[in-house]
Design a protein around this ligand. Structure first.
Ligand SMILES: [Zn+2]
Length: 275
């Protein structure tokens, strides 16, 4: 599932090529399947976007926002969603057409929204209602200060894994990056937030920043199907120490890595190194 580094990578890819471009045509595929998200007025709303220019592209947690002149097109990539820029003519060799949901056509450039498993979502907002809509979202994991992070953490009595995953508290992290951050911080995912020491909190915070920055630099983690805005795979999966490695030897102590459902998510960790 695309998390903060993947969505940020896509955002930067789109920013380079879409700002100032006028939306000329919209083509929608798989309308029936997507009716539940598109709702009845979605098609009508889509038409109101035509001839508007892309003013800005923003990321909020794991959401990607295309800000037009007075509307905002919001994407959530779900599990396998992707936004890829390409040539409108001649198809696109990067993906199978049956996974195409929506195409936005600009002058000599198209943006393809594809989704294999179809848990992704797209909707339209009025620009002035943008902040109201995202009020529930916690501070961005890349922007939160150490003090804010520490205060939030100590104000909750949650498992650290579930705390980091909760988008209402901190936004942007998912299963891959929480497992990597906790392993690098040597913190057991079952620890309660209230019982963490200042030094442990600092470790988690620093690793969170380092992992996210590095993952963006390497253009995300391509596990399963993630591809970025250029249709390429990321490289941070090569840096994964524990995610997806259950049973493999721990890179620090050599003991087999454990796997357990924590906060409803399959969690990989080393019970010896993570205390
Ligand atoms: Zn270990």
């Amino acid at each position: 599932m695309p998390e903060l580094p993947e969505v940020e990578t896509i955002k930067r890819d789109l920013e380079k090529r879409l700002i100032g471009k006028k939306l000329l045509r919209i083509e929608i595929f798989q309308e029936t399947f997507y009716k539940k998200y598109f709702k009845d007025d979605f098609l009508l709303k889509l038409k109101t976007l035509l001839s508007q220019k892309i003013k800005e592209i923003r990321r909020k947690g794991k959401y990607l926002l295309l800000l037009l002149e007075n509307k905002v097109l919001v994407f959530h990539l779900g599990v396998t969603g992707a936004l890829i820029l390409g040539n409108p003519k001649g198809g696109n060799p990067l993906f199978n057409k049956k996974h195409l949901i929506l195409t936005l056509e600009f002058d000599e450039l198209s943006l393809f929204f594809i989704d294999i498993r179809k848990f992704g979502k797209v909707w339209i907002l009025e620009k002035e209602k943008l902040e109201d809509h995202f009020f529930f979202l916690g501070k961005d994991a890349l922007e939160i200060s150490f003090k804010e992070f520490k205060d939030l953490l100590l104000s909750k009595n949650r498992l650290i894994k579930s705390f980091l995953l909760d988008q209402r508290i901190i936004s942007g992290l998912g299963n891959i990056y929480t497992d990597e951050i906790l392993f690098r911080s040597r913190i057991n995912p079952l620890r309660k937030t209230k019982n963490l020491s200042e030094e442990e909190i600092k470790r988690i915070y620093q690793n969170m920043q380092e992992v996210l920055v590095k993952a963006i630099e390497l253009r995300g983690s391509s596990v399963k199907n993630y591809i970025n805005g250029k249709g390429e795979r990321g490289a941070f999966q090569e840096e994964h120490l524990v995610y997806g490695k259950r049973g493999s030897p721990c890179p620090i102590c050599g003991n087999p890595l454990q796997y357990k459902k924590i906060a409803q998510r399959g969690t990989t960790f080393c019970s010896r190194c993570q205390r």
